[in-house]
Design a protein around this ligand. Structure first.
Ligand SMILES: [Zn+2]
Length: 122
């Protein structure tokens, strides 16, 4: 089976709230990080802050602090303009990883490590 095709299918399925088959899930999400790897990953998090836009870049990448997964599922609540209410959930464990609630996009890693000094830039 072509991997690209199955990933597109996985994405579509998740978007409509469907469950993935075991094989598809593995292809889409990859292997789950073990605890020590996740700890290391959490420790390595740093931010690049810009003057504009407000949301900093998260290094090494954005991931779920519960399981280390990078895939997300987005829920847009389609509230009336000019309101914004969008939430992103981990595609593996369902943990809420980000939100934009009448605010710029905020990733949970920013909240977890809000006392970490920014690597300034821009
Ligand atoms: Zn997760």
């Amino acid at each position: 089976m072509n991997k690209q095709v199955s990933l597109t299918r996985a994405n579509k399925k998740l978007r409509v709230g469907g469950k993935l088959s075991r094989r598809l899930k593995k292809a889409y999400l990859g292997n789950k990080l073990n605890k020590s790897k996740l700890k290391k990953l959490l420790k390595s998090v740093s931010f690049i802050k810009y003057k504009y836009p407000d949301s900093p870049t998260i290094l090494p990448y954005e991931f779920c602090p519960e399981c280390g997964c990078q895939q997300t599922r987005m829920t847009n609540y389609h509230v009336e303009y000019p309101e914004i209410w969008v939430e992103w959930f981990c595609a593996r464990c369902g943990y809420q990883v980000a939100q934009a609630d009448n605010s710029p996009y905020v990733h949970v890693l920013e909240e977890l490590f809000c006392d970490k000094p920014y690597l300034e830039r821009g």
